[in-house]
Design a protein around this ligand. Structure first.
Ligand code: BGC
Length: 809
């Protein structure tokens, strides 16, 4: 069942009922100011860091669901309603929500009155704009009241939701028509405040939640709206809010719009005050003035549209397959930008208070956005590398506001260092910007310890090659990609973190997955170093030795094993009662080309198909763990079929797509791709439940009672890897250090497609023809009409448009 449809021409997903299976959200903002917004105008706002600079409150796990947001109440006689249905839930005569690229439009109609709420964050500004247009579609005059409402957060979202003995006494506001200023803690160390304004004087306001909602009231029935209007309350402590009232009279066919804004203002220490206790409003007033009129609002929205148009024009597919084109051209790339901005910090499943930016997560996200914003990818790589330790290991997480490693979580996740190579390699292949390797980057955020980025990459390599276990495989440490396989943890007490309990180093537990990574990214680093004229023989020897260890101790007969535990027992082998086969090493080892010539790679993928395939994607392992195993850690803490314990953990499905493509299996690669690609499963939204326009982290596996139900939409490594899988592995357009390689691996039934791709300043218009119906192989290649040997097309002149014709066969 569907709850909306794709409007491809406008690049929007149009939701046609407010009763979606879960709130379906969008992200507004692509620089420093962000808003999460649901299809009923639920959500919240923050500046840069969802934990430390939260502007508005959001209560996760709340009941009713999605209660806080940017709601507008419309009072029409005795009827009160919201254009997005929530929170009053008055039945609407019509409803739609259009989630577009960086903006959302919600429209509702009730009894001949229409209300349209347009929301976006303008480029270069630190504010959310909301334009409300109310129309009288009836032949008679209407008197209406309109009330926008939001609840402020006292900045540090964690403290805000826990430290009540303090924060119920510190809330402070100022009101100066037409704006409400939230200035909690501004009296002391903060240099920032929030402002909610309208572009016209209001007819009433409230800043105390209790006054507006009622002591035992609810946002579904605010006392001020249902009673006699706003009370003019000034809150002292308790819960500061911004609510305003506008009385409108609309003649037949008339409509009126009001522009609201929620802004974040910072003032230098010596310019904080206008007079004693009165905040300096200069910047806020200037911001309000910039968006006082509809044409400024429209121009800023247009600028945002242009920005996305330009961004996405760097990779456009014309396949004739509607679902594929919309995934590749719009939604997958859009989601890549969101994971760039958010890492795993703030979604409707990630509270924004838990983790900051993940080291491995951010490195992998790079793979998906490097072609879109190479400059910012460069900066990101340098930020991440600065959280590496001098021995090559790395902080597992860092906080976006401070860019400092998170000491509570520390290091010891032994795959982390190699992901830095993966990210830097993707950047170099995309941009050819070799200067990044010479950029001095601190270790442990200490400028005194700065060394060129290349040295960081070499230390990543060395860290792995010098931390090997009894079988010559890399030691796993706290965990590798699978955060829940904690082989050195042995936690017996509830509440202990699986990730930081026990020694970070164990001398025995090894990871076959990291071994596969080492082969893949060790080779990539050797290629980079070779380009720089360095001797790489020691690297290639270490890689070859690792490959041999994988094929020896890491091979189980029909698939790659997962690991060896702290007692030296196999994890992910036939001798195991549960967890016999895992997806991760099959994907990574085959992507690394291990066993490609000798048959193990093909056998491993055959085993994946036989043991792990389901109609909703490939599950992470089989059989699931039926209980908690002390020696395996968090993985067995999940009931069978959920998360790392045998869900379809979408992130590693595209690894299998890439692995199948590595072996030339175009039919199978695409089959795996389409099973979990959101646009392809739109029809089963009642089962899948999360947004049909973005990837989710996991889909409940075949052993779960709710097989097929997804969770954790938006912030997942699935996004970047899916884009790599489709754009590079399947469509075959691969940036290399020396140029663009076109090596498609497609279903035999695909006859042709074309791609427009920006690469190092030139535009490549690539047409692929498949007259013989093969799955891979290039027979002829033409560059601007001239025959060219199949293989890498050297970098073309910046500014030029190059036409490439590829004939498969
Ligand atoms: C984490 C990833 C991890 C994955 C698998 C995600 O929640 O963000 O870093 O690789 O889980 O455990």
């Amino acid at each position: 069942m569907r709850f909306g449809y794709f409007d491809d021409a406008r690049r929007e997903y149009v939701i046609t009922t407010p009763r979606t299976p879960l709130p379906w959200i969008n992200y507004l903002g692509c620089e420093d100011f962000f808003t999460l917004l649901s299809n009923t105008a639920g959500g919240y706002c923050f500046y840069r860091d969802a934990r430390l600079r939260r502007l508005t409150r959001y209560r996760y796990n709340n009941c009713p669901l999605d209660s806080e947001g940017f709601r507008v109440y419309i009072k029409d006689g005795d009827t009160v309603w919201n254009p997005g249905w929530q929170p009053v839930q008055t039945e609407l005569d019509s409803y739609s929500c259009r989630h577009g690229l960086g903006y959302t439009v919600i429209e509702g109609e009730k009894d001949g009155v229409g209300a349209r709420q347009e929301l976006f964050v303008p480029k270069g500004e630190l504010c959310l704009l909301i334009r409300l247009t109310v129309s009288n579609n009836c032949p008679v005059k209407r008197k209406l009241q309109v009330f926008p409402y939001l609840e402020f957060c006292l900045w540090d979202a964690m403290d805000d939701s826990s430290n009540f003995q303090r924060n119920l006494s510190i809330g402070e506001v100022e009101v100066k028509d037409p704006a409400i200023y939230h200035k909690t803690e501004y009296r002391e160390r903060r240099d920032h405040y929030a402002v909610f304004w309208a572009n016209r004087p209001f007819d009433g306001f409230d800043t105390s939640r209790e006054a507006f909602i009622g002591t035992y009231g609810s946002p579904a029935r605010p006392q001020a709206v249902f009673g006699g209007g706003c009370t003019g309350s000034i809150t002292h402590g308790w819960q500061p809010i911004a609510a305003e009232q506008f009385d409108l009279t609309l003649g037949p066919g008339d409509s009126e719009s009001i522009i609201f804004g929620l802004g974040y203002i910072e003032n230098p220490g010596d310019e904080k005050w206008e007079s004693t206790g009165v905040i300096n409003k200069k910047k806020a007033l200037a911001m309000m003035a910039r968006f006082a009129a509809d044409d400024a609002f429209d121009a800023a929205l247009e600028e945002l549209r242009q920005y996305w148009e330009e961004l996405l024009s760097g990779y456009q597919l014309y396949s004739g397959a509607q679902k594929l084109d919309r995934m590749v051209n719009v939604w997958n790339q859009y989601q890549c930008m969101v994971t760039f901005n958010m890492s795993r910090s703030a979604s409707y499943f990630e509270s924004g208070m838990g983790r900051g930016m993940g080291f491995r997560d951010s490195c992998q996200d790079l793979l998906g956005f490097v072609h879109l914003i190479p400059d910012r990818a460069r900066e990101r790589i340098l930020d991440i590398a600065a959280t590496q330790f001098p021995d090559g290991s790395a902080y597992h997480q860092y906080q976006p506001l401070t860019k400092k490693g998170n000491t509570a979580m520390g290091s010891g996740f032994n795959d982390d260092p190699l992901w830095l190579i993966a990210g830097a390699d993707a950047y170099l292949r995309e941009t050819g910007d070799w200067s990044i390797l010479d950029e001095p980057v601190p270790f442990d955020n200490d400028p005194a310890l700065a060394k060129p980025l290349l040295e960081h990459l070499l230390r990543s390599f060395r860290y792995t090659s010098s931390h090997l276990g009894p079988h010559g495989l890399p030691l796993i440490g706290r965990a590798d990609w699978n955060d829940c396989l904690n082989l050195n943890c042995f936690s017996e007490h509830p509440g202990e973190s699986f990730q930081i309990t026990g020694p970070s180093e164990g001398p025995v537990a090894e990871s076959v997955f990291i071994a596969g990574m080492f082969v893949k990214y060790g080779r990539a680093l050797a290629d980079i170093c070779r380009h720089r004229g360095m001797d790489v023989s020691y690297m290639m020897d270490a890689v070859a030795a690792m490959e041999a260890s994988v094929l020896d101790a890491g091979w189980d007969g029909d698939w790659f094993r997962r690991a060896f535990d702290a007692a030296g027992h196999v994890v992910g082998g036939k001798e195991c009662r549960e967890g016999q086969i895992f997806i991760e090493p099959q994907g990574m080892c085959v992507m690394a080309g291990i066993g490609k010539e000798t048959g193990q790679a093909a056998a491993a993928l055959e085993s994946v198909k036989e043991r792990l395939d389901t109609p909703f994607g490939i599950v992470l392992l089989d059989p699931p763990y039926s209980r908690y195993y002390l020696e395996l850690g968090e993985i067995g803490s999940y009931p069978p079929g959920y998360k790392e314990n045998a869900a379809v953990f979408c992130h590693n499905n595209p690894w299998i797509v890439c692995a199948e493509a590595e072996l030339g299996h175009g039919d199978r690669a695409f089959e795996v791709y389409r099973r979990f690609a959101p646009a392809y499963i739109e029809d089963i939204s009642e089962i899948h439940r999360t947004e049909p326009y973005v990837y989710s982290q996991m889909i409940a596996g075949k052993d779960a009672p709710d097989f097929g139900e997804a969770k954790n939409s938006w912030l997942t490594g699935t996004t970047a890897w899916s884009f790599v899988a489709i754009s590079q592995a399947i469509l075959g357009i691969k940036p290399t250090l020396d140029g663009l390689l076109i090596a498609p691996c497609i279903p035999a039934s695909v006859k042709s497609y074309s791609v427009k791709r920006r690469f190092r300043g030139a535009v490549y218009v690539i047409t692929v023809e498949n007259p013989l119906g093969v799955q891979h192989g290039v027979r002829e290649l033409y560059v601007n009409g001239a025959a060219h040997e199949p293989g890498v097309i050297p970098v073309q002149k910046a500014g030029s448009t190059v036409s490439i014709r590829v004939i498969m066969g």
